[in-house]
Design a protein around this ligand. Structure first.
Ligand code: GUN
Ligand code: ZN
Length: 436
C-alpha cells in the first residue's frame, strides 16, 4: 500500500457536456495492489492510515496516464518527414520503413524505441497500429508486456495497392491474426485489434475476413483509417462503386463501440450519423493532420453528431509522442476554424488525452481518471526548476490556468514519473542523473 500526496487534476465528467476540471490541491490517493482505494484530503487519509508509506509529489502536478488512441509502432524512426501529402508520404516515407520490419530482429529494436517513446511521453494506454508482419507484431506485444503498458494492437493487413511485401490474402490475414490473438489477447494488459490498413488497400474480401476475425476473438477491437485526405477519399469511392468511406467498413459490420477510426477530417453528415449510431470512436490526430496538410478536424460536427472523439499522436505522420503537443495542436486547429471551430479549454484537452481515450478503448472503468476503484495509472508533471513551465505553474492564476500551461509548454522532458497499475515504470529525465 502507498499513500500518494499530490496536486491532482483530472476530468471525471465530459467537459463537452458540462463537466469541469477536478482539482485537488493537497490530495491523498491510497493505492493498494495497483488500485486507488481511497481519495480525499491528504491529512484525512493520513489519519486513517498512519502507518502507510507516503510518496510526496506536491512539487509538481499529478495527472492520469495519457491515452493515445492512434499511434503506428513501425514508424517511430521516421517521425519528422515533413513536406508531403498523405499518399506521397506513405509511398516515400512510411511504407519503405514498414517493409524493413520483415526482419524480426530489426522489428524488435523498433518496438523498443517505440515503447520507450510512449513511456517517456507519459502514455500508459495506447491503441497501437501494428506492423504488416506477424513476427514484428509479436515483438510489439513482447515490449509492451515487459513495460506493463496497456496496449491494444494487431497485425496490419492489406491485399492491394501497397508494395508487394506488405500484401497478404484474406485467408492468411485471418489465420495469422487468430494465431497472434491466441497468444496475446487478454494476456496481462494486452488486447488484440483487427487492423486493415485502410479501405484503399483492402478489398471487400479482406474486410470480410476482418469481420470474421473480430467475431472469432471475443473482446477484440477494430481499428483503421477513414476520411483523412481528399485524394484518398476520391480513390476509395472509385474502388467501392462510389460508396462513402465509412460505409466501406460498416457494410461488413466492422463498426461497433469497440471500433476506432483514425482522422475523419472530411466526413459527410451521414457518415457522422453512422459513426454515432454504431458507437464507433474517432481518433483525432491533430499534428499529423497539420503536417500532412490533411485539413482542420471538424470537432464541432463530431460532438454535435454524438461521435466519441479522443486524441492520437499518429507517429510517424505526427510530430512525436507527446499528447500535450497533440492537445495544443487540437486547440490551435479549433481556433483556426473560426466560427466553425469548437473553442477548447484546458479541461477539454485533458479529457481528450485521458478519459476520452479510456472511453474510446472500453477502459473507462479502469483508467483515465484518478478516482476510487480505478487503476493507479498516473504521470507526474515536474518541470525542471527555472524552466518556463515551472515558472508558469508557480504563477498560475487557477488550476485551469496551470493546466493550460502544461499543454502550452509541457514536453516529454517534463514527465517526472510514470505509473501503470501502481508500478512506477519511469522517472523523469532531468532527475535521473541526480538520482543515480
Ligand atoms: N492511412 C493509411 N496508412 C496510414 C499511415 O500510416 N498514416 C496515416 N496518417 N494515414 C494512413
Ligand atoms: Zn494512422
Amino acid at each position: 500500500m502507498t499513500l500518494f500526496r499530490a496536486s491532482v487534476l483530472d476530468t471525471p465528467a465530459d467537459p463537452f457536456t458540462g463537466g469541469r476540471l477536478r482539482s485537488d490541491d493537497d490530495c491523498g490517493l491510497l493505492v493498494e495492489q495497483g488500485v486507488i482505494t481511497a481519495r480525499g484530503p491528504f491529512e484525512t487519509l493520513r489519519t486513517a492510515h498512519p502507518d502507510e508509506p507516503v510518496l510526496d509529489l506536491r512539487e509538481g502536478i499529478l495527472l492520469p496516464g495519457m491515452v493515445d488512441t492512434h499511434v503506428h509502432f513501425p514508424q517511430v524512426r521516421i517521425i519528422g518527414g515533413l513536406g508531403l501529402p498523405l499518399l506521397d508520404w506513405l509511398d516515400q516515407c512510411a511504407l519503405p520503413e514498414e517493409m524493413r520490419l520483415a526482419d524480426v530482429d530489426h522489428a524488435r529494436g523498433v518496438a523498443h524505441d517505440f515503447v520507450s517513446g510512449l513511456v517517456d511521453a507519459g502514455t500508459t494506454t495506447a491503441l497501437v497500429f501494428g506492423a504488416h508482419f506477424a513476427g514484428a507484431v509479436d515483438t510489439m506485444f513482447e515490449a509492451a508486456d515487459q513495460w506493463g503498458l496497456r496496449v491494444t494492437t494487431g497485425l496490419v493487413t492489406s491485399d492491394r495497392l501497397l508494395p508487394e511485401p506488405l500484401l497478404t490474402t484474406p485467408e492468411r490475414a485471418r489465420a495469422e491474426s487468430r494465431e497472434l490473438a491466441g497468444r496475446w489477447h487478454g494476456k496481462g494488459r494486452l488486447r488484440y485489434a483487427v487492423t486493415p490498413r485502410f479501405s484503399l488497400s483492402a478489398s471487400d474480401a479482406l474486410l470480410e475476413s476482418c469481420a470474421q476475425t473480430v467475431a472469432e476473438v471475443p473482446g477484440a477491437f477494430f481499428t483503421s483509417h477513414v476520411n483523412e485526405n481528399v485524394h484518398e477519399i476520391r480513390e476509395v469511392a472509385s474502388l467501392f462503386d462510389g460508396a462513402a468511406y465509412v460505409d466501406t467498413y460498416d457494410r461488413h459490420g466492422l463498426l461497433t463501440p469497440r471500433s476506432v477510426l483514425a482522422h475523419d477530417v472530411h466526413p459527410t453528415d451521414r457518415e457522422l450519423a453512422t459513426l454515432a449510431g454504431r458507437g464507433t470512436a474517432v481518433a483525432h490526430c491533430p499534428t499529423s493532420n497539420a503536417a500532412l496538410g490533411s485539413g482542420l478536424f471538424p470537432l464541432r460536427r463530431h460532438v454535435e453528431a454524438g461521435v466519441r472523439v479522443a486524441l492520437g499522436s499518429d507517429v510517424g505522420a505526427g510530430t512525436g509522442f507527446s499528447l500535450f503537443k497533440e492537445g495544443l495542436q487540437a486547440y490551435f486547429a479549433q481556433q483556426l476554424l473560426g466560427e466553425q471551430g469548437l473553442p477548447l479549454t484546458s479541461a477539454h484537452l485533458l479529457w481528450l488525452s485521458t478519459a476520452a481515450g479510456a472511453d474510446a478503448l472500453g477502459l473507462a472503468d479502469e483508467v483515465g481518471v484518478l478516482s476510487v476503484g480505478r487503476q493507479f495509472d498516473a504521470i507526474w508533471v515536474l518541470p525542471e526548476p527555472g524552466d518556463p513551465l515551472a515558472v508558469g505553474l508557480a504563477n498560475a492564476a487557477s488550476a485551469d490556468d496551470a493546466l493550460s500551461k502544461v499543454f502550452a509548454l509541457g514536453t516529454t522532458s517534463d514527465v517526472g514519473g510514470v505509473w501503470v497499475g501502481g508500478d512506477q515504470i519511469a522517472a523523469g529525465r532531468w532527475r535521473r542523473p541526480r538520482d543515480r
